[in-house]
Design a protein around this ligand. Structure first.
Ligand code: FE
Ligand code: FE
Ligand code: ZN
Length: 282
């Protein structure tokens, strides 16, 4: 199966996102668990959840990707900022159990001068506080572009976090194509080598999802500005190789390109057209 979707607004609930996904040719989607600027999450409606679950089952949806607010910084030196990270993430993970067996992605955080080692320790501390044995959600660390003091700019940093997590079977990685290229992993010219690196350092079984984005900036720029597929420095061919790669093609792909729904529909149609037949037969 080819699981492909994009980031959708969660304002109208799960059933609405499911319908929108179908309208644009998607069979999964990403959404923010709450306002990305923080604040309380919307109340959960049991009816909305059951409507969504039946729609998803009928239409063979792939796994959903929830995205934590990007203001969440588990690595902060400021105890108040870390308290928000703890409260938002533990509340999000409780809510995720209404739609069990999905993924929850977050930006590991920025150490803002304390040094990466200190930041890594703090991120693992948060995960050790919020993860529970009984949760069905897998929490994903996102690969980051490395702007400012972002942690997660290298596979080694992600590995160091995972190594400090007790319930590490609940932790995976989401690879963002824009971010890794910005971080200095040349997935355009050397995709196989990058995946071998990932495998040696983190282990490919940890890789659970792909954020499929082009980038507005050249290789290793550490900028993190997403571009529409084929209109940036990665280019269409490189992104199509990602989608068809034998080690990646079974993963779900989520677009976070600067698009309205119409633009997303066009990109999804392009990806389906260029998905290799050989990949589809499996
Ligand atoms: Fe992200
Ligand atoms: Fe991303
Ligand atoms: Zn980004």
């Amino acid at each position: 199966m080819f699981y492909v979707g994009c980031h959708l607004s969660a304002a109208k609930g799960f059933a609405a996102m499911g319908k929108t996904a179908l309208q644009i040719g998607a069979n999964t989607f990403q959404f923010f668990t709450r306002n990305p600027r923080g604040g309380a999450a919307k109340a959960i409606s049991q009816k909305d959840i059951s409507d969504f679950l039946s729609l998803a089952e009928k239409n063979h949806f792939g796994v959903l990707l929830a995205h934590a607010p990007y203001t969440l910084n588990a690595a902060s030196a400021d105890a108040e900022v870390r308290r928000f990270a703890f409260e938002a993430m533990s509340d999000d993970l409780k809510r995720m159990e209404y739609v069990p067996h999905n993924y929850y992605n977050f930006h590991p955080g920025s150490h803002v001068g304390q040094g990466a080692a200190e930041g890594i320790k703090r991120i693992a501390e948060l995960l050790n506080k919020v993860l529970t044995k009984d949760q069905t959600t897998t929490v994903l660390l996102e690969t980051m572009a490395g702007k400012g003091s972002e942690i997660g700019r290298s596979f080694e940093e992600l590995r160091s976090i995972i190594d400090l997590v007790e319930l590490s079977e609940k932790v995976g990685v989401c690879l963002d194509t824009c971010h890794v290229y910005d971080a200095g992993y040349d997935i355009a010219a050397h995709l196989d080598e990058v995946l071998n690196d990932f495998d040696h350092i983190i282990g490919l079984p940890r890789l659970k999802a792909i954020h499929l984005n082009d980038t507005k900036n050249p290789f290793a720029s550490h900028k993190d500005r997403h571009e529409k597929l084929g209109q940036g420095f990665l280019g269409e061919e490189a992104l199509i190789r990602v989608v068809n790669h034998p080690k990646l093609r079974e993963l779900p792909f989520y677009l976070e390109t600067p698009n309205e729904l119409e633009g997303y529909a066009a990109e999804i149609a392009l990806l389906k057209k260029r998905r290799s037949k050989e990949a589809e037969m499996r």
